[in-house]
Write a protein that binds this ligand. Sequence first.
Ligand code: GAL
Length: 671
Amino acid sequence: MSTARRLRLPDIAYGGDYNPEQWPEEVWAEDMRLMREAGVTMVSVGIFSWALLEPSEGVYDFTRMDRIMDLLHDHGIAADLATPTAAPPAWFFAAHPEALPVDRDGRRLWPGSRQTFCPSSPAYREAALRIAGAVAARYADHPALAMWHVHNEYGCHNPACYCDTSAAAFRVWLRARYADDLDGLNHAWGTTFWSQWYGDWDQILPPRATAAPPNPTHRLDWRRFCSDALLSLCTAEREVLLRAAPDVPATTNLMVLRTFDALDYWRWAPELDVLSNDHYLMSDDPEAELDIALSGDLMRSLAGGPWFLMEHSTGAVNWQPVNRAKGPGEMRRNALAHVARGADGVAFFQWRAARAGAEQWHSAMLPHAGTDSRIWRDVVGLGADLKALAEVRDSTVDARVAVVWDWDARWALELPSQPSGELRYQDLVRDWYTPLWRAGVAVDFVRPDDPRLDRYALVLVPSLYLVTEAAAAGLARFTARGGTLAVGFHSGMVDENAHVHPGGHPGAFREVLGVVTDELFPLLPGERLGLVGDVPAGATADLWSERIRLAGARSVATYADGPLAGLPAVTRHRHGDGTAWYLATRPDPETLAALLHRIREEARVAPEHPVPEGIEVVRRRGEEAHYLFLIDHGGKGADVAAEGVELLTGTPVAGVVTVPPGGVAVIREPC
Ligand code: GAL
């Protein structure tokens, strides 16, 4: 929230998606009373109201929304007012069946759900901007309006459409990218391979289902195009809103979480005044708190400071194979963990549990059971907690470690026909993030070409299959000037067109790492090799190996067995005034933790605060105070050295604070 148009609310905002249109008006008064009881300060309204606001084309009915906005204002609750464009009404599809999206196999989808539109459809764009404009004109000056909520989760259900309209839009995008130079495109896509050469722009199609593996660069450019196509819808709506209300900030809820990778949020972030995120736990993730922390750090990095948690859940969701409820205290821990990573607003999907519709089994702040429920009591408790933490707002985390994160590299790594189909970008990053999280080391995420790497002591590159020469040179410069760099396997391999950097791997990082790889040896699922050298006894590795020749680096660990027995698996290289490490395999978690510990110590990066195992620690730094967040995930609680005032209980802390089992403590420390 670092732009001129800021969200100006006192305290940490608290609330959720509010869908009063699903309920008779008698219920609204109870909603207001209970929102106040829970300490709700802001709700998102109108997200799925298009059919009610514009019951037929060009005919508007704002009566209900007027009453909702007035009611909110009368009760001192701010509105995060949405453009309802994520769910076009039935009349729209009846008039524009061509706006329905087509999947990769050529199947056109049907209306009857939400977000079932083609992102490149001119009819959709026109209708979306029209309703956005009508909403903006109606409510720009409404006193309840605090923020615009543009659309809802762009790309959640329609990240790509393969129809002919999309094909034409893709060509326009390609002509711009390649400056109208078809030879340039043919070169970038390597179309001499398998006779894929294009003689005319019109021959280019979306990467629809093919018999044999697709062209990787075609796929990669398609992913870039799909992200940009949705971004252009977002910025077009935002411009409409800005024209009507130049001072009101706009957000759209991103999905920085494990399972979504469709949008390049580095490109989205600068277009938004407030960055907000929707985060849900996956029932099959045994350590979902890690995903909360990782996505929170990534959100803070995208935002360049505090951000807004637009959606998470009080309990179970409805869209996983089995939807796990949260355990005692888990919802509070989750919410406060987001705050610890920089969230200045905490909201849920949804305020009141729906009786009907596809999400009738999704949890809410006010469950079907009503107020005599654990969830309601926890929701009221969280409202009080956030009030107690009001002063934390605007403070941020100060990290000396940067982890490079890149959507281009993620997409490229997961293209078909890789040496191993077992590599998952998010998992590779999380492997490295985990020991830092456990050690309580503050981390930012940066783009590979970040021009200000020098503010960090240590830059980690867990996975960067695709990297431009310029970005690789920036990372090498950071190292030469005295920084510590660590790079994970299969990085630096290809350029922005997914062409292999020639001369041996790891291509763009060869020189800074001081190694040359002449052959890759990915490991089969379940295959595990021993590691020996400067690593813990019994160290092993899996997933990947490669035959390295040292070219200036020295070996830290070698393979104990397998086809590469005796050859280096981990290396260290002095480069200028700095040091560059290469982890050419995936060490087991303990070994990786030991290596990263050593690398971190070498870079002189200390944990934020000494804590026992099981306690997550983060420090937010404000101008007048620091805030030490301690979260117990181990279930045992712990005594932690601290000085100041524990804000959730309002008790002074002199020397030691007790974090209750499964609980949280936040200490205001003098700075
Ligand atoms: C989000 C969406 C909400 C709701 C929620 C359920 O993806 O924005 O509208 O569907 O999921 O978990």
